[in-house]
Design a binder for this molecule. Structure first.
Ligand code: FNR
Length: 385
């Protein structure tokens, strides 16, 4: 199949990846109500159609945190994404650089900060969790600073771990029931294909950024267990003041769903917030991000750059988020799917698809520049929750 839409990359990823890995990317927490709401609420929105405007010259570029971007889009931090393809984060980062948008590297990446920095020789963003061992946090901050990372995310929505039932059911090592032999055989084939390409094709899988801190962890589950022990539920805004003092570049707080929390992010000196429910992977039954966005943009949009992620799957969705106050959006699963489907080339093709979709959306709305996309771009009868 030649992928036409972002959802097509999901289909390809499902065919190619071992089931446990596909479920790891795809799943959300508990009953996946918030995961579904992110998509459903974006789909409900209707764009205003305008005609007879000169839309010959379209410009999708924008400014974000002092950087000029070709699209109002960045790749979100996705832990273990490097398992989707050989040296996966490097491949995705290269595709992002070629497309003129930022790549974000998760703390929990397969490729290290230094490997990505050396491979792409361009700035990228780094994402950090506050861990109990502040020595590790300090060291990661220094490494990100030395690698000239151009922005730092602190992800704040992991005070507890949202259980993902799909991961529990289909985790690596769980047994298959009788009667599902066909599925088992197919999965084994996918696994072989994936293993040849990923695990055997490059260097062995070690977890780049944390290899020195947890030398004995060699598998995803060993690392996950260590991370779960390290997540610090006692973190408050006071700890982020410390981060602010120790990070010289732009600071982005990721995981904000409430205007009061957005104001608090401003008070500690953040430059941007990401309206995010972790792609529906943490608090199930939290609102969709697109429904939470307008109130947050109204509360802090004049002081902070407001980004959004969760369920964005097309150029039309990008336009909807911008219309409701986002300055840019992040893609999580889409780039992991594309990476699994065909590495750097597929991530590049997926980003080119989004650009084309955004351009055609703008043209059919009579808009030629990103700054023109505001609430008037939505059908007026629709009102946010
Ligand atoms: C994530 N996300 C995430 N966020 C973060 O700050 N650090 C991380 O390590 C991860 N890891 C991670 C793994 C996987 C498999 C997924 C799907 C997501 C959340 C991510 O950055 C982003 O907020 C969501 O993925 C956005 O939603 P969509 O685009 O996936 O719907």
């Amino acid at each position: 199949m030649t992928p036409a839409s972002i959802e097509d990359y999901r289909t390809l990823a499902r065919q190619r990846l071992p089931r446990a890995l596909f479920d790891y990317i795809d799943g959300g927490s508990y009953d996946e109500i918030t995961l579904a709401a992110n998509r459903a609420d974006l789909r409900t929105l209707r764009l205003r159609q305008r005609v007879m405007w000169n839309v010959e010259h379209l410009d999708t570029s924008t400014e974000l945190l002092g950087q000029r971007l070709a699209l109002p889009l960045a790749l979100a931090p996705v832990g273990f994404a490097g398992m989707m393809a050989r040296r996966g984060e490097v491949q995705a980062a290269r595709a992002a650089v070629a497309a003129g948008i930022p790549f974000s590297l998760s703390t929990l990446s397969v490729c290290s900060i230094e490997e990505v920095s050396k491979a792409i020789n361009a700035p990228f963003w780094f994402q950090l969790y506050m861990m109990r061992d502040r020595g590790i946090v300090r060291e990661l901050l220094q490494r990100a600073q030395s690698a000239r990372c151009s922005a730092l995310f602190i992800t704040v929505d992991l005070a507890a771990y949202g259980m993902r039932y799909r991961e529990v059911r289909h985790s690596v090592g769980s047994s298959f029931r009788l009667g599902r032999l066909a599925a088992k055989a197919l999965n084994a084939l996918a696994h072989l294909h994936w293993t040849r390409d990923v695990a055997l094709g490059g260097r062995p899988l070690v977890f780049g950024n944390l290899a020195g801190s947890i030398p004995n962890a060699r598998t995803m589950s060993e690392l996950s267990a260590w991370v779960n022990r390290q997540l610090d539920p006692s973190v408050t805004w006071k700890d982020l003041v410390w981060v602010r003092e120790n990070w010289r570049g732009p600071l982005i707080i990721k995981g904000i769903m409430d205007p009061d929390d957005a104001r608090a992010a401003h008070d500690i000196g953040a430059d941007a917030v990401v309206v995010s429910n972790h792609g529906g992977r943490q608090l199930d039954c939290a609102p969709s991000t697109i429904s939470a966005l307008p109130a947050i943009a109204d509360a802090v949009g004049d002081r902070l750059q407001v980004l959004m992620d969760g369920g964005v799957r097309s150029g039309q969705d990008v336009a909807k988020a911008l219309a409701l106050g986002a300055r840019a959006v992040l893609f999580g699963r889409p780039w992991a799917w594309a990476l699994a489907a065909g590495g750097e080339k597929a991530v590049g093709a997926m980003l080119a698809t989004v650009k084309r979709e955004l351009e055609s959306t703008m043209a059919l709305q009579g808009l030629t520049g990103i700054a023109q996309i505001d609430r008037r771009a939505l059908q007026s009868a629709w009102s946010p929750e």
